[in-house]
Design a protein around this ligand. Sequence first.
Ligand code: DLL
Length: 432
Amino acid sequence: MARYFQPEIETASHEQIRAWQDERLVKQIRHVWDNVSYYRQKMEEKGVTPDDIHGVADLHKLPFLTKDDLREAYPYGLLGKPLGECVRIHSTSGTTGKRVVAFYTQNDIDLWDDCCARALVAAGADNEDVCHIAYGFGLFTGGAGLNGGSHKVGCLTIPMSSGNTDRQLQFMADLGSSILCCTPSYAAYLAEAIEEQGLKDQIHLKAGIFGAEAWSENMRRDIEEKLGIKAYDIYGLTEISGPGVAFECEAQSGMHINEDHFIAEIIDPETGEVLPEGSKGELVFTCVTKEAFPMIRYRTKDICVLTREKCPCGRTHVKMSKPMGRSDDMLIIRGVNVFPSQIETVLLQQGYSPNYQIIVDRINHTDTLEVLVEMNADMFSDSLAKISAAEKELILALKSMLGLSATVKLVAPKSITRSEGKAVRIIDKRKI
Ligand code: DLL
C-alpha cells in the first residue's frame, strides 16, 4: 500500500516547498492584478503592485480578503478567468441573501481532486478500497471533493450523498464499503444505527474521513470504537476549494496543509498582525495555484495553531490544529453555516422584538438548535393554541431562511436577561 499519493510533493524539503510558494505567489499576484479588478483596486488602495511581491516574505504587504468582500463582489467580481474557462461552481450553505459562490476551471478541479486523494491515501485508501461518500453532493463541496479524490486513487466510489440511513447501511454491507467519508456527526449517527440494527458483523469499514464541522477527541474515540475504524479529520472551506485544504495522517495530531497550493498564515484577528509560528490566531490562506477563484490572504475566521514539528508520517507540510473556534459569530449546525443575524432578520420580519437567545446543543451526536423568542406584550394573554400556532409559523420562517429545522419557544416579554455589554445571544452547549 502506498503511503503517499504524491510522495515527491508531500515529503518535499521545506526549502523546496518555499521555492514553489515563492515562484507561484509571484505568478499568482500578477494573474490577479491583470484579471481581478476588485482585488487590483484593493492592492492599489494599499499602495502595492506586483513589482513589490518577490515571494512569501512579501505576503504581509498584500490586503486581506474577507467574506464581506466575497458578498460585495458577488457573483463575478472575483473571477480570475473568463466564464468560458470555468466548468463548475460550488456555494456555501445557509448564508443570508448573497451566498458565496466559488468558481473552478478544470485545472482547479484537477488540483482539488489531488488534495482529496492525498487525504484518502493518508487514511490508508488504495484502488482495492470501496469509498463510501455520505457527504452532501450538490452545491456543498464535501461530496464532489471526496468523489474526485476517490476516483484519482482508483477506489470503487459510491456517491451516496447524505441521508436515507437504511440505504447507506445496506450499501455498506452489500458492496463492502471500506472507507467512509461524511461529517463526524453523521458518522456517529450511522454507528448507532449499525448497532441498533445488529449489522456490525456485515459492515467492514477500516477508516473514516470526517470533517466540515468541529469534533472532539472524545467523539473521535467513540466513533472509532463503535465502527471499529481509524477516524481521520479533514478540513477545508468552499472559498479555498473545499475539503482537502488540510488532512490528517496516521499520527492523528493535526492536519497537514497542502502547502504547495495554499500558503497559511496566522494573524491576530483584532489587529491583522501576522503572528509567529505556534501562536493561536486566525488562519489566513493564499491560493497560489487556483485560477478561477484565486483567493489572496483570505481570512477564514477559524482560530487555530500551526506547527512545523517533524511528523512521524514523513510528510513535511505544516500542520494546523483542529479549529478551536471562530473569530466571528458564525455557527455550524449540522453542517450548515448559521449567522445569528439571519435569525434576527426572521424575528424582525415577523414582528417580534430582537430579544432572543439561540441555544445550540449536541444530543446523541446530532446538533440541535433552539430559539427562545420573547412574545410581544399583546400576545401574552393569547391562548396556548394561538401561541403554539405562532411558534409553528416562526419554525417555518426560520427553516426557509436557514435551510435547517429549529425548535422555537415563545417566552414571556422581558424574560430574556438583558446585558449591559454585548448581548449574549448564543449559548453553545456542545463540548467540542
Ligand atoms: O465544510 C468543506 C468541507 C467538506 C470540509 C467536507 C471537510 C469535509 P464550508 O461549508 O465552506 O466548507 O465550511 C467551511 O467549516 O471555515 C470551518 O469553520 C468549518 N470546518 C471545515 N472543516 C472542519 C474541520 C466545508 N475538520 C467551514 N473541523 C470552515 C472543524 C471545520 N471545522
